[in-house]
Design a binder for this molecule. Structure first.
Ligand code: GLY
Length: 385
């Protein structure tokens, strides 16, 4: 049986959900297919909104999108909380990025220079000033960057709220896996589900995170070049009455690896994350946990007293240039919302708006044009002479 919608979203992580919510809000009849909507990488992510502290040289275009989304966050949270009655754990606490040795410090100084050149205004602090802000920091901290605009949200609450918001906006959920893209007359026309149902749709948005390149039936030249990038993460708990632990996100690069501690208002302390190119493996390894605890302990020695309540691994959808793939593809009727890599939670508000615009107008808004999937279009094969 074939049921018809204006838009079919394949993938019910936060990116697929926000796309469906915003599409429905524009008056488009919208369906979403996912065996477990609200799951995916958001169940593992720490929820840092790190437009400034995760900036890398050469990623200035991505910075513009990241900062636009960070600016959109307060209104987005207010709207989603209003619609769902949910507390999303959005905390405007800022971030402190610190250095533990001379190498880390020179790396952080370089990041500071890139940030300043991009017009950002983080503040350089010496070690004593860092510890005055966060007394649990190790005495050896050599300096740091105070970034008052990099906040946090609880991604699990965000995902649950988006499921509720989609349901109240009339999004129809199909709780199973999409097996195959349906293409008719060189146009994406829907999807075939695991139980044999065919869902017909005017437009299809592929938003399946790291699995976005795996949907059968997508023509080779439009398969998104996303790959899984494994992240292992830990959750600790600051018991009630323990006293103040951290008041903001604290992060550092230790021995070349990123380590961060994200303190929630409810006492959860998220400690992440590894970054591993190991295909589809989501095993939590002793080595991964050891390295995270070792590095975080160098940063904040007091963590060893806290209960460890969860270990988990997830898969970031990495793209060749670390930036997302948004909007129309070379196949009519097929759009992408994937490849958000380390920035999926941060980019959720702007992705919803960009995809809704593209679904309604057939093209990306100007600010999102650099993120067209067409930048990875394969050149036609040269014919031999
Ligand atoms: N943005 C944090 C991470 O991907 O680990």
């Amino acid at each position: 049986m074939s049921r018809s919608a204006d838009v079919l979203v394949v993938g019910g992580g936060i990116i697929g959900l926000v796309t469906a919510w915003r599409a429905a809000g524009r008056g488009l009849s919208t369906a979403l297919v996912d065996p477990a909507p609200g799951g995916g990488a958001a169940q593992v992510a720490a929820g840092m909104l790190a437009a400034v502290t995760e900036l890398h040289p050469g990623e200035e275009q991505l910075l513009a999108l990241n900062t636009a989304s960070a600016r959109a966050y307060p209104a987005f949270v207010a709207e989603l909380s209003e619609v769902t009655g949910a507390d999303l754990g959005y905390r405007r606490c800022g971030t402190l990025a610190v250095a533990l040795d001379a190498d880390d410090r020179s790396q952080l100084r370089e990041l500071h220079a890139v940030q300043t050149a991009a017009g950002l205004t983080p503040q350089w602090l010496n070690g004593r000033e860092c510890r005055r802000l966060e007394p649990m920091l190790a005495p050896g901290v050599r300096g740091g960057l105070r970034v008052d605009d990099d906040h946090q949200i609880d991604p699990r609450r965000l995902a649950a709220a988006l499921v509720t918001a989609c349901a109240s906006a009339g999004v129809v959920f199909h709780r199973q896996r999409a097996e195959h893209l349906v293409v008719r007359r060189e146009r994406a026309a829907g999807a075939l589900l695991a139980d044999g149902t065919e869902l017909a749709a005017g437009q299809v948005v592929l938003a399946a995170g790291s699995r976005s390149g795996r949907l059968a039936g997508v023509p080779d030249e439009v398969v998104p070049p996303v790959r899984p990038v494994k992240g292992q993460i830990l959750r600790l708990r600051v018991p009630p009455g323990f006293g103040p632990f951290l008041s903001r996100t604290v992060r550092a690069v230790v021995r070349g690896g990123q380590v961060y501690l994200v303190p929630r208002e409810d006492g959860e302390l998220v400690l992440g994350a590894t970054s591993e190119e190991l295909g589809w493996d989501t095993t939590v390894t002793a080595g991964g946990v050891y390295e995270l605890l070792r590095d975080a302990h160098e940063l904040v020695p007091g963590i060893t007293e806290l209960p460890l309540v969860e270990t988990r691994a997830g898969l970031r959808p990495g793209s060749p240039d670390n930036a997302p793939l948004l909007g129309p593809t070379a196949l009519d009727g097929l759009l992408l919302a994937t490849g958000h890599h380390r920035n999926g939670v941060l980019l959720t508000p702007v992705t919803g708006d960009v995809l809704a615009h593209a679904l309604v107008h057939g093209a990306l808004p100007d600010a999102a044009r650099p993120f067209t999937p067409l930048r990875f279009a394969r050149l036609p094969q040269e014919q031999p002479a």
